[in-house]
Design a protein around this ligand. Structure first.
Ligand code: SF4
Length: 363
């Protein structure tokens, strides 16, 4: 099939054509009115796939430590052990955060943490036990493939064994973070100490293979080019073809202000509004096997969140209650979003807001 431009390509997609990588790249580079054409096609696709319901999860982030072995250039949160302002929570502090989450009626606790060089598999199992004790019945969404690889190495066991043990000890879903951009030449620059692409893919497939589902994520707008974004989305689509283990795509725009990569002039100052809209829209059109496309209100702001809901997004992520990772990188207003404020932007579009669980059951 040959295409003579974005309008023709969109009409083929409406007719059921599955986008190829080069075609998705053409859409990702859209300019002018074509941006709105791509967004409209994605909005129609959203309606066909998931209807007019917009979902969110009542969740809370739980910060374990900001000490991190990786010190990724795009991050303003991770620190060396000797740096000012470092912390590492003990059992009492972890359980206090978990109890608070429980009292707030969350259905999910999400661990946000640096990859502490001294953490082992035992640390992770302790964390799961402490949280379950303080917040019984709450789903724990935690640990990235990079953290799984780290403790596997520390304990001298396989990553699959780590995943099996974490699952047995109460991990609900694995975080599909540490993906950033799954192109090694980009990873060398933005996160050289994290697992390489092949290892990330292997660990995610192992996780899905044992029935431990995960999110898929993309961190865009730092150093990568549009073709890298598409290569990344293509890797996610191929994994999903094989495993069907991803629950959603979480789109994470780079928050640049306090990060070394930006301060050194290596990364651009985050994505533009055009890029935010096209990331949502192209993800919706290209990832025809992932139902939920999530917009990160804490990173793009409420008004852009509403526009993203018109460009293919159907999920508002969580209420959060604290997000030091985004805040330390220089964003404001990223801590908590009241479902009433979600309701306002959703009903304003003529759509319906519903609370969901981590695994997309309506509450
Ligand atoms: S992004 Fe994660 S792994 Fe990288 S420095 Fe920040 S906390 Fe550490």
């Amino acid at each position: 099939m040959t295409h003579t431009g974005i309008p023709h390509l969109i009409s083929d997609v409406r007719g059921g054509h599955r986008l190829t990588g080069p075609e998705a790249l053409l859409l990702m580079n859209a300019q002018g009115r074509d941006i709105l054409r791509v967004a409209t096609a994605a909005d129609e696709m959203r309606e066909q796939r998931v209807g007019n319901v917009v979902t969110y999860v009542r969740n809370q982030n739980l910060h374990v430590t900001n000490i991190c072995k990786n010190l990724c250039g795009f991050c303003g949160f991770g620190r060396n052990a000797g740096d000012e302002g470092v912390y590492c929570c003990d059992k009492v502090a972890i359980q206090a955060q978990a109890r608070l989450a429980y009292e707030r009626n969350v259905t999910e606790i999400c661990l946000l943490s640096g990859v502490h060089p001294a953490f082992t598999l035992d640390t992770f199992v302790d964390l799961l036990h402490w949280i379950h004790e303080a917040a019984p019945g709450v789903h724990i969404h935690a640990f990235s493939p990079d953290e799984v690889a780290h403790v596997a190495e520390k304990n001298g066991c396989s990553t699959r064994d780590v995943l099996l043990l974490l699952q047995a000890e109460g991990l609900g879903t694995l975080q599909g973070t540490a993906a950033e951009i799954l192109v090694d030449s980009v990873r060398e620059v933005i996160c050289p100490r994290k697992v390489r692409t092949a290892d990330w893919v292997r660990i995610i497939k192992e996780s899905h293979g044992i029935g431990l589902r995960s999110t898929a994520t993309i961190m865009y707008g730092s150093y990568e080019a549009a073709k890298d974004q598409i290569e990344h989305l293509n890797i996610l689509r191929e994994i999903q073809n094989e495993t069907h283990g991803f629950t959603e795509l979480v789109t994470l725009p780079y928050v640049h202000t306090n990060t070394p990569l930006y301060q050194q002039g290596i990364a651009r100052p985050g994505p533009t509004g055009r890029e935010d809209i096209l990331m949502i829209a192209v993800s919706r059109l290209f990832l025809d096997n992932i139902d939920s496309i999530q917009v990160a209100w804490g990173k793009v702001g409420l008004k852009m969140t509403q526009l993203a809901l018109l460009a293919g997004a159907n999920d508002l992520a969580g209420t959060m209650f604290t997000d030091d990772v985004t805040g330390d990188a220089g964003a404001s207003g990223s801590d908590y979003l009241d479902p009433k404020d979600m309701e306002r932007i959703v009903s304003d579009l003529g759509r319906t807001l519903k609370q969901r669980t981590t695994l997309y059951e309506i509450v």
